[in-house]
Ligand binder design. Structure first.
Ligand code: HEM
Length: 563
């Protein structure tokens, strides 16, 4: 490692960047450490830019930077309201692309750095789009909950909303009647009462998960990567709820197909990751990201639209089809007036929103926990006391397992799959504490900063489940606390767009994690360190592949699992 780099504090400002008077974040050091402008440019193009077209735009923007620095002293950085209140302060950014080049790798670190510099409400430009970054629970509540009628829309992003979801899909639709209809249909299948009706499915899949980990890990004798197994567990839950079907092994073709589609979605649609979304010119030029978006759209419609057609055919031929989202929506379709594409995209939103997310928490748990034998020992003691060794933990046990509950909350705090949530948009001009937020601003929930706030979570970079030991709330209860500083974490978002899948997700994750802990001692493999800093996915994060040893705790495991 470069000794200079070793000594440099993570977020130290470079004197060169200071002299440019721009607010360069840490990943701008790619320029500062390069021997020449051309080297820097080629590094930028190779490491940060997904297509040549975007590269050309970046070159143009760099060449005009000098002119811009001069002009910026003449022009203000954003609009003002009728009373002269201006938009929140923030980094100046580059011409044309704004702050985009600083946000491509680990955007949460850059946004956290700027939150410390500009405060809990700051703005930045990406291309022609204004963003406001919110990093304080009270401000989040004031804007996105108390003023939820204003701050609950979505920006129709070119790639995610228009290309991949074709203007449909609950996650990406603006705050309008189409969204209300899709949200009503979704919550009908995801509310707490509905979850009770299919908890047996979640229970079954969690048991299968543990059996598979036992079998593929050869009862602790062989190293295992738990990721595909966690992925299939989440996938089967969503397949059953949505289509009344499931896969029978990780080798089933639908497993790789569904996980590939979810991963590609996560890689194409980070809230701040596509220059194509913010530079209209790029939307008219041949562009690698557009090709990927179109291919992904076709893949989703083929796969999930195909499953919808299959159910429709079976119903029409008089076959008995298990209860599921698609069946119930088809039955009321006369009045709901959803066409085939609507159905395909609604189902895609379930399969994307409900698979990589819960699987990600199980994966981060499996990647983290081997490094903490003392935490596992405490969890084992609690499980043995409350559940014993003759059965698996069940949903009914959860309230009596505060330490397991706390471990899960702590994993979610340190490894939220969505550091930047799914951004909201305001449908009216709004002035908050003397700062102007014009209509159509994109609001990003900066959960990385909030989850690492030392005032709320002392010693925030330490994995310490004890910090949640007295918090018995479910995620849905915690999200409704009057004092937003007491909320457990911000993983499920906020306000009227809060994740409608949180009841099913929480139950699914509890069953999987409590059973893994009940069955195994999870161990690191000597010489195979697990990388917790790197991750896959721009919008939803999962750990990069790793292997561990999952050693059955005793002979009761095989007996109870009937292996
Ligand atoms: C650990 C698991 C999960 C996490 C971390 C998660 C996170 C999120 C987040 C951050 C949002 C955006 C909220 C906002 O706009 O403020 C969201 C929305 C959504 N989630 Fe989840 N989610 C999870 C599981 C699920 C599951 C199991 C489903 C089931 C289908 C689901 C379905 C949805 C849908 C449909 C939306 C769109 C809501 C809307 O725009 O109105 N999610 N989720």
């Amino acid at each position: 490692m470069d000794p200079e780099e070793e000594e440099r504090p993570q977020f130290l400002h470079s004197s060169i960047s200071e002299s440019f008077e721009l607010h360069y974040p840490p990943n701008f050091t790619v320029f500062l450490r390069a021997p020449s402008f051309m080297d820097a440019l080629s590094q930028l193009l190779s490491s940060h830019v997904p297509s040549i077209t975007q590269g050309i735009v970046l070159v143009a923007s760099l060449v005009s930077a000098v002119v811009y620095l001069f002009l910026k002293t003449i022009f203000s950085r954003g609009p003002v309201d009728g009373n002269g209140n201006s938009i929140p302060s923030g980094p100046i950014g580059l011409p044309i692309v704004g702050s985009f080049p600083f946000l491509t790798n680990y955007p949460e670190l850059t946004l956290d750095y700027w939150a410390k510099k500009f405060g809990p409400l700051y703005s930045l430009w990406l291309g022609n789009q204004l963003f406001v970054i919110v990093s304080d629970p009270q401000i989040v509540k004031d804007l996105m909950v108390t003023n939820g009628a204003v701050f609950s829309s979505r920006k129709e992003m070119f790639l995610k909303s228009q290309t991949i979801f074709a203007g449909r899909g609950i996650t990406a639709t603006p705050y309008n009647d189409t969204w209300r209809k899709h949200r009503r249909l979704a919550t009908g299948w995801l509310n707490s009462k509905a979850v009770e009706s299919y908890t047996n499915v979640l229970d079954y899949e969690a048991t299968i998960l543990v059996k598979e980990l036992y079998r593929y890990g050869k009862a602790g004798a062989a190293p295992i990567n738990p990721q595909p197994h966690a992925g299939r567990c989440s996938l089967n839950n969503m397949l059953t709820i949505t289509f009344g079907t499931r896969t029978d092994s990780i080798d089933h073709p639908l497993v790789s197909q569904a996980l590939r589609l979810s991963r590609e979605f996560m890689n194409c649609t980070g809230p701040v990751s596509n220059l194509t979304d913010f530079v209209p010119l790029l939307q008219r030029l041949p562009n690698y990201m557009i090709t990927r978006g179109k291919k992904l759209h076709a893949g989703l419609v083929d796969t999930y639209g195909g499953l919808v057609l299959d159910i429709e055919k079976r119903i029409n031929s008089g076959e008995k089809v298990p209860d599921c989202l698609v069946k119930s929506v088809l039955q009321v379709n006369e009045e709901e007036k959803l066409d085939h594409l609507d159905m395909a995209i609604l189902c895609s939103a379930f399969m994307i929103g409900g698979v990589e997310t819960t699987a990600s928490i199980m994966q981060w748990f499996s990647a983290l926990i081997p490094a903490y034998p003392e935490i596992q020992a405490k969890a084992h003691a609690e499980l043995d006391r409350v559940v014993g060794r003759d059965r698996l933990p069940t949903v009914e046990d959860e309230k009596n397992l505060p330490y397991i509950h706390a471990i899960i909350k702590e994993v979610e705090r340190v490894h939220n799959p969505f550091w930047l949530g799914t951004p909201h948009v305001n449908t009216q001009d709004f002035t908050y504490r003397g700062q102007f937020i014009p209509k159509d601003t994109v609001l990003v929930l900066n959960t990385y900063t909030m989850h690492h706030d030392p005032a709320r979570h002392p010693d925030p970079f330490t994995f310490n489940p004890d910090r949640y030991i007295n918090d018995s709330t479910l995620a849905s209860e915690s999200a409704n606390l009057t004092n937003p500083y007491e909320r457990d974490n911000w993983m499920f978002g906020v306000g009227r767009r809060i994740c409608p899948g949180m009841w099913v997700a929480e139950r699914e994750v509890f069953l999987a994690i409590s059973r893994m802990l009940w069955a195994f001692t999870m161990k690191e493999i000597p010489g195979e360190p697990i990388d917790l800093a790197e991750y896959d996915g721009l919008s939803g994060r999962s750990p990069v592949p790793f292997r561990i040893r999952m050693v059955p705790r005793d002979d009761n495991v095989a007996r109870v699992l009937e292996i």
